[in-house]
Design a protein around this ligand. Structure first.
Ligand code: ATP
Length: 253
């Protein structure tokens, strides 16, 4: 059953030229849950994640079949406004990629683009998002300094704050902590736990401990397919498939 307010992939296949990188994958993502996508390198996790907000459109030669439904609408239909789609389904990348602008402008950019011009309202959004990203105390006295002067971990939390500034429903995260030190990683993980109260989160991670810590559901990808999907606790304590067991216990991948 498709959650009416949720995100779902139905028989999604993604081709790079002749190569079928995702093979008829169906998955549902419930609101206010974190789903981890795990699997060995090259199994298609990032390709799948990018298809959820049509980021693959930006790569030449990609063909997609099947459906991605958000609130019952197929995002691959012609006529879907991709800018509005990416407002609804935001993305946080592996390497923090703040704009070369001030901390304030990084957050205000999206809301302003979507029509909010009132300074007081923008100030409030900036504060609210930085608070939600647990970054307010560290940045409130230097909001107009360059975002690039922040540490890598702070930059990543700023990127998360930026993604929530346009009020998405879903946040996609592609290994959001893999470029960070352990303390910054822990902060990002805490943040994910906070954010799931308001958002649907889908996270690609190579870190099995991280998947076990942050996610409610886990999908194990292998060779472009979902081999196993289950509650994270079940998956990590008693997987049904041997391939899953081998992967999470470090025997391959
Ligand atoms: N732009 C591209 N053009 C052609 N093939 C691609 C492209 N991007 C990915 N692929 C191929 O698609 C398959 C899935 O790649 P993808 O990056 O989605 O896997 P992944 O599981 O995210 O890997 P990793 O964990 O190493 O990031 C791989 O065989 C890869 O070589």
């Amino acid at each position: 059953m498709v959650h009416e307010q949720g995100l779902a992939a139905k028989q999604l296949s993604v081709f790079y030229g002749e190569k079928e990188a995702i093979r008829s994958v169906s998955l549902e993502f419930a609101p206010k849950e974190v789903t981890a996508l795990i699997g060995p390198s090259g199994c298609g996790k990032s390709t799948f994640l990018r298809s959820l907000n049509r980021m693959n459109d930006t790569i030449g030669g990609v063909r997609t079949t099947g459906e991605i439904l958000i609130d019952g609408v197929n995002i691959n239909e012609p006529g879907v406004d991709v800018v509005l789609l990416r407002q609804k389904i935001g993305m946080v990348w592996q390497r923090p990629n703040p704009f070369h602008k001030s901390i304030y402008e990084n957050i205000a950019f999206g809301p302003r683009y979507h029509g909010i011009r009132n300074k007081k309202q923008l100030d409030e959004i900036v504060e609210e998002c930085l608070r939600k990203a647990a970054l307010w105390e560290e940045t409130k006295d230097r909001l107009h300094n360059s975002a690039l002067a922040l540490s890598g971990g702070q930059q990543q939390r700023l990127c998360i704050a930026r993604s929530i500034a346009v009020k998405p429903k879903v946040i996609l995260m592609d290994e959001p902590a893999s470029a960070l030190d352990p303390v910054s990683t822990a902060k990002v993980e805490e943040l994910i736990a906070e954010l799931k109260q308001d958002y649907t989160i889908v996270i690609v991670t190579h870190n099995m401990h991280q998947a076990a810590r942050v996610s409610d559901k886990t999908a194990f990808f292998y060779l472009g397919k979902v081999v196993e999907y289950d509650n994270t606790e079940k998956m990590f304590t008693n997987p049904s498939e041997k391939a899953t067991d081998d992967y999470i216990s470090g025997r391959f991948g």
